[in-house]
Write a protein that binds this ligand. Structure first.
Ligand code: FCB
Length: 441
């Protein structure tokens, strides 16, 4: 058996990622909370409820666990509806809580990366049409100014918007996120407004904190044609251009290239200091005339795929390498802002982690500028429309009792963070079945 250790550059960020609505609990004043109250919206009628009770203070124990297990960074988000509960009111006590949380991260040796928008909107904003309303980018900018002024002392990595591509598709084209629309034009309009909001936020953050590092977190989906048919190839290429490229390209050159028209947003050019890459899996795409809202593409996992607990994620580490290669074209540093798998039993997670880290190491060894990795997620949390049915945590959560459950992935990830690398010994201990893939003889 090969004996080896692969290492990462000094100063590499190793952390986990969370999002306000998924962990805080009692976020009663946002669009998700309202959406969860209606039957049929969330699988099994689940509700976020107390979530991981971070607002009640349990962030402290979870971040203790993160720090004790070798992590040196944490990505989290702040909840707009807490900070600006009504259009003309700021809640200073909410900002103070986030300051305490940020100090808590720094005291534990966790470098904070702060996301300003992660899928949830204040109810008042949603009632005004959310991101379909052309005034929303400006309102977001006002919120960003307030939040950055209050928190700047503790943060130097900012994510303006998490996965604007997923948000726009899920909320406006596929309909599983609030407001549940199925209209591709609305989806494109929302993408446009999110790019505008991002560009305004970028400028404001730099005005307040010139040395800030600001980026978007993009969900990169590796999409490849199911067959050699020109139609499959065409839809795979079109879907990838819209889903993966459209928004970060606009943040590079100020142009949103929709299929039949290009929208110019000159102020969006050069508004990323780093690219946040969220990668989970890859799909085969085939042409399907009935799937207009999905640009006539049907996505499937390959037949022999290594599937997660509910079949939601296929373990496709090559797609991660492809994602990082794709990111090179933006010519800026990259940070992996999410990567993970839902796996209640923790059967696949250890190999998923080890195989993905190996692909990231290949990228780093080509001198691709990857600066850090945030595993999704620290602890099981409220998984949007899929409720509590999917468990992405290194730590499990008993939703009834709030107890945390130590999965073996906790120890694997701790070993990786402490070593700043991955060894054949770790693979032999936690996921021997992946040895020949990661450390072939
Ligand atoms: C991403 C989201 C994150 C989480 C993971 C599993 O799309 O950004 O909040 O739900 O998927």
């Amino acid at each position: 058996m090969a004996q080896a250790t692969i290492h990462f550059p000094r100063g590499f960020l190793w952390g986990t990622a969370t999002a306000a609505h998924q962990v805080e609990g009692n976020n009663t004043n946002n669009n998700w909370w309202a959406w969860e109250q209606v039957d049929g919206h969330i699988l099994n009628g689940h509700k976020s409820g107390l979530a991981c009770d971070w607002w009640g203070g349990r962030w402290k124990d979870d971040l203790d666990r993160a720090a004790e297990t070798g992590q040196n960074a944490h990505r989290f988000s702040i909840e707009w509806s807490r900070i600006q509960p009504t259009p003309d009111q700021w809640d200073e006590s909410a900002l103070e809580r986030y300051r305490i949380m940020l100090r808590g991260m720094l005291e534990r040796g966790l470098a904070p990366m702060l996301t300003l928008h992660h899928f949830s909107n204040p109810l008042w904003l949603e009632d005004q049409g959310g991101w379909e309303n052309d005034d929303t980018p400006q309102k977001f900018a006002t919120f960003v100014r307030k939040a950055v002024e209050a928190l700047k002392e503790y943060v130097s990595y900012w994510v303006t918007i998490n996965e604007p591509n997923v948000y726009a598709y899920a909320a406006y084209s596929e309909g599983q996120f609030p407001p549940g629309k199925r209209n591709i034009n609305a989806c494109f309009h929302v993408m446009t407004n999110m790019v505008r909001g991002h560009a305004m936020a970028y400028k404001i953050i730099h005005e307040i904190q010139p040395e800030a590092r600001v980026g978007l977190s993009m969900n990169y989906r590796s999409l490849f044609p199911a067959t050699a048919s020109p139609l499959d190839k065409f839809v795979a290429r079109t879907q990838s251009a819209i889903f993966n490229d459209l928004i970060p390209m606009a943040a590079k050159d100020g142009k949103l290239r929709f299929i039949f028209k290009t929208v110019s947003i000159p102020e969006a050019a050069n508004t990323q200091d780093f690219l946040g890459v969220n990668y989970y899996s890859r799909d085969q795409v085939s042409f399907d005339l009935t799937r207009g809202a999905a640009l006539f593409g049907r996505m499937r996992y390959p037949k022999d795929a290594d599937l997660s607990g509910t079949g939601f994620i296929a373990n496709e580490p090559d797609g991660f390498h492809e994602a990082l290669k794709w990111g090179l074209k933006f010519n800026i540093p990259m940070v992996v802002t999410e990567n993970g798998v839902e796996d209640h039993e923790d059967r696949m997670r250890p190999r998923y982690i080890a195989q993905h880290i190996q692909q990231m190491w290949r990228a780093v060894n080509y001198n691709w500028p990857v600066k850090g990795y945030f595993h999704w997620s620290l602890v099981d949390n409220f998984e949007w429309d899929r409720g509590w049915t999917q468990r992405f945590g290194l730590w499990g959560l008993d939703v009834e009792t709030q107890a945390r459950i130590r999965r073996s992935s906790v120890d694997l990830y701790a070993d990786i963070c402490k070593e700043n690398g991955l060894s054949s010994e770790m693979v032999a201990k936690y996921c021997p079945e992946a040895m020949s893939k990661i450390f072939p003889d």
